[in-house]
Structure formats: structure tokens, C-alpha cells
Ligand binder design. Structure first.
Ligand code: FE2
Length: 188
């Protein structure tokens, strides 16, 4: 394929990922990646597609995450830059593919960051729809909140991007707001 469309990414992902919470995670990361693409003036659909597909092998191979990604995606004709971006989100955890491009650095960062934003939004009456950066940053600073989310890893990603956590979080929150319904983050 010349380009990985979002529709194609969803189709490919659905052949491997069936659990509702994992599909939601894919949607969250996709929304955040679209906003990061806008920020950098890059191809929004490509970044959204990569975000959607990034955990392609996780449900079937949780212990061998990203070891079952490269070959099948290449066989399907997914462009090499997109495959590399997906592999690089496991840098230091699953492999040593270092994030180099802004797309790779963004995926590495928002994969984990969307988890905290999602958890914070779920506690609010209006979900993410009226969430401001300030209230998110309170949750960010409270280390007991969403304690399983790896804050040092997120900060490592921000450093790669050369961006402050506040700026990345603002972009991610906006991207997720734009998809609030799909992400089931409109509140009660
Ligand atoms: Fe992920």
C-alpha cells in the first residue's frame, strides 16, 4: 500500500485485537497522535493510523509484545516508516529501536500519557469535555493517581520531543476531546 489509511489500520488491528479496553486504548492513542500530527504539521491520518495499530500483537502475545509485528505488517504492505514507529514505542521495554522521528517520539510518549488522561477524565461528571490542563496537571502531580502509568517514561518521551509535559498534555487532551464520544469520555 502507498499509505496506511485509518480505515486500513482499524481493519488490520481488528484481526488481532478483540478486547474492548484494548480497542479503546487504540482509539485513545490514535486521537492523541492525530493532535500531535497537527502540532507538527504532519500527515494526520498517517499518525492516527499508526496510533490505532501500535499494539497490534499485544493481546495475542502479551509476553512477546512487538515480536510479532514487523513481519505480518510488512507482508500486508504497511509502509516501513509506520512499522518502525510502532516498533519504537517499545524502546527500552521490548526492544532497542530508538524513537528518532517526531512520529516515533510522539507515539512513545502518548501511549502512556493517554492512560492518565483517560483515568482523569473518567472521574469527571462531564468526562473530558470540559477538562482543562490545570486540573489534569493536579492529577499528574499526584503520584498515587493512576499509579500504574509510568510517569518517568512519559517524561523521557517529552525530553526526546524537546517539549514540556504541559504542552504535550494540552495537545493530547485536545485530541481526545475531539473524539470524546468515540472514547466514551463524555461523562454521565
Ligand atoms: Fe499502547
Amino acid at each position: 500500500m502507498e499509505k496506511l489509511t485509518l480505515e486500513e489500520a482499524k481493519k488490520i488491528n481488528a484481526t488481532m485485537v478483540t478486547e474492548e479496553h484494548l480497542i479503546l486504548h487504540a482509539a485513545n492513542v490514535s486521537a492523541a497522535m492525530g493532535a500531535m500530527a497537527d502540532h507538527f504539521g504532519e500527515d494526520k491520518e498517517e499518525w492516527e493510523a499508526v496510533g490505532w495499530l501500535h499494539d497490534f500483537d499485544y493481546e495475542k502475545y502479551p509476553e512477546e509484545h512487538l515480536a510479532h509485528t514487523e513481519e505480518p505488517l510488512r507482508e500486508l504492505g504497511v509502509p516501513e516508516a509506520d512499522i518502525r514507529a510502532i516498533l519504537a514505542h517499545g524502546y527500552g521495554l521490548c526492544n532497542d529501536v530508538k524513537p528518532e522521528t517526531n512520529m516515533e517520539k510522539s507515539l512513545f510518549t502518548v501511549d502512556e500519557l493517554t492512560g492518565i488522561v483517560q483515568a482523569a477524565a473518567r472521574m469527571r461528571p462531564n468526562g473530558i469535555t470540559d477538562m482543562e490542563l490545570k486540573s489534569f496537571m493536579k492529577k499528574w502531580k499526584d503520584k498515587r493517581f493512576a499509579a500504574k502509568c509510568d510517569r518517568p517514561l512519559i517524561l523521557q518521551g517529552c525530553e526526546m520531543l524537546g517539549m514540556d509535559i504541559r504542552d504535550v498534555a494540552a495537545i493530547v487532551i485536545q485530541g481526545m476531546k475531539d473524539h470524546a464520544e468515540e472514547l466514551q469520555l463524555t461523562g454521565k
